[in-house]
Every structure is written in C-alpha cells, then in structure tokens.
Write a protein that binds this ligand. Structure first.
Ligand SMILES: C[S@@+](CC[C@H](N)C(=O)[O-])C[C@H]1O[C@@H](n2cnc3c(N)ncnc32)[C@H](O)[C@@H]1O
Length: 313
C-alpha cells in the first residue's frame, strides 16, 4: 500500500503558513529550551530535533548557539529538502520581534523524582559544530549511533503518531538517542482541549496565501482522533510549477500564478493516563510537565503540554 505523505504538499507553503500566525511555533519552543537548559543543564551541547519539518527550530538554535552540533530528522523528503535549502528561513527574533528571552510564568508540575540540578554544559566541550544536518528518517524507527545532549520533538509531532506500538518505539528511540543526563523535550496537544480544537474550522490568509482548514473529531474504539483537511491557495512563481494545474492569472503578480494544494493530517489524542506509563516503560522519567496556553503565548497555537524527560537507564 502506498502511503501518501501529507507534508509533501504542505512543505512548499509550510513556512509561509506559520508566519500567518503570531510567529512560528519554534519561537515559543526556543524559549522553553533555554529555560530547560538553565534549569537542568545538558551533558553536551548537541541537539537532535525529531520531526524537524522545515528545520526552523534547528536553524534558530544554531543561530543562538553556534557551538552546538545539530541534527534534524523528518519522514517527509519535501520538508527535509526545504530544511536543507534554508528557503523560507528568517532569522530568529523572539516573540514580538525582539531577541528577548522572556518566558511567561510557568505552571509546571514536577511529575517524577526531582532531578539533581546540573550546571550548564561547560563552554569547553562543544561537539564538532557545523551547520545543522537534516536527514529523512521515520522517527518511529530511529537509527542513531550518535547520542545527544538534548532531543526535541515539537508541534504536535507526537500526536501525529497514531499507533501505540509506533509511539513506544519512538519513545525508546528517543531515550537511546540521549546521553546520560540528557533532556528530551516534546509537546502534546492538551487532552482537555483536543475535541474543541478538532471541532472548529478556521481560515488564515494574507495577500499571497489563503489557508482553509476543515476539522473532524472522532473515536475509533477507545482511541480519540482529530483530522484536519487543509486547502491552500498560494501565489507561486510560475517556474516552480511545471505541469501543475492551477488558475493562472496573467497580469496578476507578473510571473506568478495561484496554485491549489491539499493536505490531510490525522492526529491522535494521547491522554496522560495512557501516555505517561509508556514514557516510563521506555526508560524515561518525566521531570516536568507544563500546560502552555495560547492566551499566554500565542505562538503555541492551541493549549498543549510541554514535557521535559530524562533517561532513567
Ligand atoms: C506539524 S509538523 C512539525 C514540524 C516541526 N517540528 C515544526 O515545529 O515546525 C509535523 C512533522 O512531523 C513529521 N512526521 C510525522 N510523522 C513522522 C514520522 N513517523 N517520522 C518522522 N517525521 C514525522 C511530518 O513530516 C512533519 O514535518
């Protein structure tokens, strides 16, 4: 069976779509990563970003921390192509266009045993820092020889993993990718908001891109799912569209035309009751969970929980 990758269509408008909102999701995560680094420290300055998409987080972290060794992996060849090219990349400016590192007050819960606070990784032990490296890889089948000081997986990417066995493999893979005392940070859509999020359609647009999203919320057995059907109409340079059907508007925007793209994304609600024991079984300890509300930080789009985990073995 051929599985269609929804992000193959999404890739070319993904960065533009994110900038239709307050700021890309990574803006909020960079600040949370800084906070985690300050709070718990990492054994080495190296980062593996799972489901890295177009590489925004990896590139921004590299700008802010040029001495880190950074790798990003994603299943979508088109997203990785964008990440490698750096097309659509804009410099990190922080929320509100500033390079400020202000993070809203936390409402965190220490979920496991308190981890001994370590200091920041000493400035003398960077990895072989280079530009971030991006690879096509399925994160439910991670093959990593290198271990990292920090592993991340952001922006609902864990909710994109809809089968329990795949999620277990992902968690074990993430743990194996971590150095002892490393940190694994990821987010999950808030389970109490899941139904509402996937029950309301929305539209965002500017002069060059229209994005309409139809949503659907449903159960299959005990499992709860949300589906989003995106329709994009974007103005694109004519030469990027060989052979694509699209309403060509001669005279509008010179050498550009409007093209339609569609993507359908399925996500699963992972409830803490089921999810947290899976984290533990994978050899990870939850050291902090924090609800982040878009009312406090608009870049997170919807209410979600940020997890900070560390390997137990
Ligand atoms: C909402 S995007 C988030 C991308 C990026 N983390 C960000 O913050 O912009 C979800 C990403 O998860 C990736 N993804 C979904 N399932 C995956 C899998 N099994 N293995 C690797 N990547 C996957 C998709 O290709 C997509 O790039």
């Amino acid at each position: 069976m051929t599985v269609v990758d929804p992000y193959s269509e999404f890739a070319s408008v993904y960065d533009r779509w994110q900038w239709l909102h307050a700021a890309p999701f990574s803006t909020a995560m960079i600040l949370r990563m800084e906070q985690a680094l300050e709070e718990w420290g990492v054994p080495e300055r190296s980062l593996l970003d799972l489901a890295c998409g177009t590489g925004t987080l990896a590139r921004w972290w590299s700008e802010e921390h040029p001495d880190w060794m950074i790798r990003g992996v994603d299943r979508s060849a088109e997203m990785i192509e964008r990440a490698r090219s750096g097309d659509g990349h804009r410099p990190f400016r922080g929320p509100g266009g500033e390079n400020a590192h202000a993070v809203p007050a936390t409402r965190g819960e220490g979920a496991g045993k308190a981890r001994t606070k370590t200091t920041r990784a000493p400035k003398t032990t960077p990895r072989d820092a280079t530009d971030p490296v991006f690879e096509v890889q399925d994160i439910t089948r991670l093959s990593t020889e290198t271990r990292f000081g920090m592993v991340t997986c952001f922006f609902d990417s864990m909710n994109h993993i809809t089968r329990r066995q795949d999620l277990s493999r992902l968690l074990v893979g993430a743990r194996k990718s971590l150095l002892p005392n490393g940190l694994f940070l990821f987010d999950l859509i808030d389970e109490d908001s899941f139904e509402e999020i996937f029950s309301s359609p929305w539209i965002v647009q500017d002069d060059d891109l229209y994005v309409g999203s139809e949503t659907q919320h449903f159960f299959r057995g005990d499992a709860e799912y949300g589906r989003v059907r995106y329709t994009f109409f974007g103005r694109e340079p004519r030469e990027r569209q060989p052979g694509r059907t699209g309403a060509s508007r001669s005279g509008v925007g010179g050498g550009s035309h409007w093209a339609r793209r569609d993507a359908e994304i399925l996500e699963r609600c992972w409830r803490r009751e089921e999810f947290d024991p899976m984290v533990e079984d994978a050899g990870l300890e939850v050291i902090h969970v924090q609800l982040i509300d878009p009312e406090e930080q608009a870049e997170v789009f919807v209410p979600r929980r940020l997890y900070v985990c560390a390997p137990t073995r």
